[in-house]
Ligand binder design. Structure first.
Ligand code: AMP
Length: 294
């Protein structure tokens, strides 16, 4: 579950209004390469039918996607020339403002749950309705650290894994050194912590130790919007496809997440990732193996 949005994205080279976006959309498409996905979110009556069809083409179960009267969540952002720095221009919550997710029966027994980036109160609300999920990952963003910290801290005590980016880790722990920040993050609750470092990969801390995952080196980044969501969606989708022990599969899952995220960056919104086949992902994973083997 997470945001299901329309994104207007501006880069130094182009501008694309009202693309399909949202943390849950990116994560759901990424996970769909590996395992069946049930999406929970809300869209307004302005949500284009072609986007519903796009979810369907990826065999995403839409029984948890509400269509409400009003406007779909709209986010607008602009990238600087380096494509790393991003400025949010608009966050218009629309129908998310009054959204109170009600999970269908069929969704309450799902073993792998992603609470993708959205207000922590909504993440709690979904978690409250789940029976006994096997593995729960929460993602967030700086906005919620600033305006809903108490809710977020409460959530961290209820989840297995927490995914956040480098600057959010520093903001939350008030610690520059990421190794120390990881320790502080574990103390907040989650046994698994993943710090995303954009083009520099990810730092994973889990019961079996530390793992450093590279990002796939891309020649050209078209639009990194949703890369973090694709990463965590791919990661959890892969874990779900393997079953069994999380610890046994986590490292490979992180690499699969990185591979999927790299495809996300190669096109605006979801345009590139929705044209990728599973074998393209496998090929990129093999290339990544070669890059880090010594
Ligand atoms: P990322 O690039 O991984 O940070 O994710 C970008 C996605 O997050 C976009 O598709 C946005 O629609 C979505 N997004 C932006 N702001 C928020 C917010 N406040 N809550 C939930 N989702 C958001």
């Amino acid at each position: 579950m997470g945001s299901t949005a329309l994104d207007s994205i501006k880069t130094p080279n182009a501008e694309n209004p009202r693309l399909l976006g949202g943390s849950a959309s990116h994560a759901a498409i990424a996970a769909s390469f590996f395992a069946p996905v049930k999406l929970v979110g809300v869209v307004g009556d302005d949500f284009p039918k072609r986007y519903v069809q796009l979810y369907r083409r990826h065999k995403i179960d839409l029984r948890g996607l509400q269509i409400a009267r009003g406007k779909t969540f709209h986010w607008a952002g602009e990238y600087e020339i380096n494509m790393n720095n991003r400025r949010t221009l608009t966050t218009d919550l629309g129908v998310f403002e009054t959204f109170s997710p009600r999970l269908p029966q069929s969704h309450q027994d799902v073993p792998y749950l992603l609470l993708a980036n959205i207000a922590p109160a909504l993440q709690h609300h979904v978690l409250d309705q789940m029976r006994r999920p096997k593995f729960v990952i929460a993602d967030t963003m700086d906005l919620w650290l600033n305006i809903a910290l108490a809710d977020l801290l409460k959530l961290l005590r209820r989840v297995d894994a927490f995914v956040l980016n480098e600057s959010e880790a520093r903001l939350l722990t008030k610690e520059d050194n990421l190794v120390v920040a990881l320790k502080k993050l574990h103390r907040l609750g989650p046994r698994y912590v993943v710090i995303k470092k954009g083009e520099h990969g990810a730092l994973v801390s889990c019961p079996t130790g530390l793992f450093l995952a590279p990002a796939f080196p891309l020649r050209k980044v078209v639009d990194p919007t949703g890369a973090g969501d694709s990463f965590v969606g791919g990661l959890l989708g892969y874990l779900a496809s393997q079953g069994g022990s999380v610890d046994a599969h986590l490292r490979r899952a992180v690499i699969y997440g990185s591979a999927v995220a790299s495809f996300c960056c190669e096109g605006f919104g979801l345009t590139r990732i929705t044209r990728v086949r599973r074998q393209d992902i496998e090929q990129r994973v093999r290339l990544m193996e070669g890059l880090v083997h010594f």
